[in-house]
Design a protein around this ligand. Structure first.
Ligand SMILES: [Zn+2]
Length: 197
C-alpha cells in the first residue's frame, strides 16, 4: 500500500538526454557559426506553432497531417522573432514514408511562403554546401513570403543568406517583370533576394 503511494506521487516524466542528437547538434553549431549573428536559431519547433490552418473545420484532414510534426530548426529575426527560414535534416530513407514526409513539408512551407532548407544528415557539415542549400530554398520561394521588406522603410536590407549589402534591382522578365526587389551584391554567386511590398 505505502509503496504504491510513493510510486504515484512521482509523475511518469523523465528528462530526455540528450535533447538533440549528434547530427542535430552538429548542424546547430554550423548554423550558429553561419547565421548566429543574424538569426535566433530555435530547435524543434512544432509546425502548428508556426502555421495555422484556414477554415479549420473544413480542413481537419490537413490538421491531422501536420499535428505533432516539427521542423528541426526555425531561424528567426533577432528583434521580433519572425520566422525567416526552416531547416530540416533529411534522414536516410529507410521507409518510403520518410520521403513522403519531406515532400509534404516542402509543399507546406513553399505554399505558406517560408523557405525550407533540406540538409542531408551528417556528422559534419560544410558551410559552403549549406549556403548552397539556403540559396536553393530562396530560389524556390522567389523572394515572396517571409523574405520581404516594407516599401516605406528606407534601410537597405542585408542579404538573408550571406549577410552582405543588397542592391536595388528590377525583375527583367517573369510574372514580376518591372517590379523592384533587392538582390545580394554578390549576385550571381549568391542568390539572396528580398522582394519589396
Ligand atoms: Zn548574399
Amino acid at each position: 500500500m505505502t509503496d504504491s503511494v510513493i510510486d504515484t506521487t512521482r509523475l511518469p516524466y523523465r528528462l530526455k538526454e540528450p535533447f538533440l542528437t549528434t547530427t542535430e547538434l552538429a548542424l546547430f553549431h554550423t548554423l550558429t557559426e553561419m547565421m548566429g549573428g543574424r538569426y535566433i536559431i530555435c530547435p524543434k519547433v512544432a509546425l502548428n506553432d508556426i502555421f495555422y490552418i484556414v477554415r479549420p473545420n473544413e480542413n481537419v484532414h490537413f490538421f491531422n497531417k501536420f499535428f505533432r510534426k516539427h521542423v528541426d530548426f526555425l531561424l528567426c529575426e533577432q528583434k521580433n522573432l519572425l520566422p525567416v527560414f526552416g531547416v530540416d535534416i533529411v534522414r536516410a530513407v529507410s521507409k518510403t514514408d520518410t520521403r513522403e514526409t519531406d515532400k509534404f513539408m516542402d509543399e507546406l512551407f513553399t505554399n505558406a511562403g517560408l523557405p525550407l532548407v533540406h540538409v542531408p544528415a551528417g556528422e559534419k557539415y560544410d558551410v559552403s554546401e549549406i549556403v548552397n542549400l539556403f540559396q536553393l530554398a530562396v530560389m524556390k520561394i522567389g523572394g515572396t513570403g517571409a523574405l520581404r521588406v516594407q516599401r516605406n522603410t528606407d534601410s537597405v536590407p542585408h542579404c538573408p543568406i550571406c549577410g552582405k549589402m543588397m542592391v536595388l534591382r528590377i525583375h527583367r522578365d517573369g510574372p514580376r517583370s518591372g517590379k523592384k526587389y533587392y538582390g545580394c551584391m554578390d549576385s550571381p554567386k549568391c542568390a539572396g533576394i528580398v522582394s519589396i511590398e
